[in-house]
Design a protein around this ligand. Structure first.
Ligand code: NAD
Length: 288
């Protein structure tokens, strides 16, 4: 049976690092502002949890409520104001955005140094070099889970399933930096199972329950299951990953869903918030 890579201890270690960096930095702590432009119960609960976590870690957190169903230009104006506000060191664009508002336009408006989600093209671009700046939270979480497996990635065959801008693609670039040999699979990949079977490292970020069955996994492989899918099991709703549970019988180690990559992704937001704070402060001291 595969060894479990649980997210909670990895997230706890990241949170500890966040607290230490905030206290070492001194002065006013990071101030993260979430821009909210739609109201639905799920995102309200999410924002509440973000606020509680920030407080626990010693960060300031605020919500900037733009008018509900705001236009793109209203949202852009709110972001411009936060970019200019010296006290704000991090900005989160809360999704979903109102209908008709283009997420990529809004994300590009955020000052790259304050982009705690790591989704601005300037930050994504740094993934092509060897010193990434602010890394998208989920991709960073994937790498932290891999590090927790204790296995060296150099020379391993890594298959990333999913090529989204903020999960699959950045994860592939980070794996290349670790000297893995990387293949990215997507919906149009011919015979994806043939790729899965040769993976020493299998990163699943497709969002399709049951995509990978145990006969598609190389014995001993590291399986990082990012997918979050809602299914009905025994009449009850449940969250599952992209891998069938039987994969655990063949893999060397794997991340459970829930309780694997998810908590690490959340912790990475706060690590990014501290990185942004440090960047903003450095820039301000250079400008003085
Ligand atoms: P997305 O829909 O933007 O991208 C999915 C990608 O998977 C696409 O590139 C698509 O081509 C590929 N894909 C879909 N079905 C496939 C198949 N059958 N075979 C091969 N490729 C296939 O999604 P995303 O934002 O990248 O998220 C991916 C999954 O990860 C979702 O389930 C999402 O909920 C989950 N997610 C989890 C976390 C976490 O912290 N655990 C964070 C972000 C996203």
């Amino acid at each position: 049976m595969a060894e479990l890579i649980k997210g909670a201890p990895i997230a706890a270690a990241i949170e500890q690092e966040v607290k230490e960096r905030v206290s070492a930095g001194g002065g006013a702590p990071p101030r993260v502002v979430a821009v909210r432009s739609t109201a639905d119960p799920a995102s309200e609960a999410y924002l509440r949890r973000q606020g509680q976590a920030a407080e626990r870690l010693g960060l300031h957190y605020a919500i900037d409520s733009v008018a509900e169903n705001a236009t793109e230009s209203q949202i852009l104006a709110a972001i411009t104001a936060l970019n200019r506000d010296a006290a704000t060191t991090g900005i989160i664009v809360q999704l979903p955005l109102p209908r008709g508002v283009r997420p990529e336009v809004v994300q590009q408006a955020v000052d790259p140094a304050k982009d705690v989600e790591g989704v601005h093209p300037a930050n994504l671009g740094t993934l092509l070099g060897d010193s990434p700046s602010i890394v998208p939270c989920t991709a960073a979480a994937i790498m932290a889970c891999l590090a927790a497996s204790g296995r060296k990635l150099a020379g391993l065959s890594a298959i990333v399933v999913g090529r989204s801008r903020i999960v699959g693609r950045p994860a592939a670039l980070l794996l290349i930096q670790q000297n893995a040999t990387v293949t990215v699979c997507h919906r149009q990949t011919a015979d994806p199972a043939a790729h899965f079977r040769r993976a020493d490292v299998l990163v699943l970020a497709a969002g399709q329950a049951g995509l990978v069955q145990k006969d598609m996994v190389k014995p001993g492989a590291i399986v990082i299951d990012v997918g979050v899918n809602e299914v009905v099991r025994d009449g009850k709703r449940a969250l599952v990953g992209d891998a069938d549970p039987g994969v655990a019988e063949v893999a060397g180690c794997f991340t459970p869903t829930p309780g694997g990559v998810g908590p690490v992704t959340v912790a990475m937001l706060w690590r990014n918030a501290v990185t942004a704070w440090e960047l903003v402060r450095r820039r301000a001291s250079r400008a003085r």
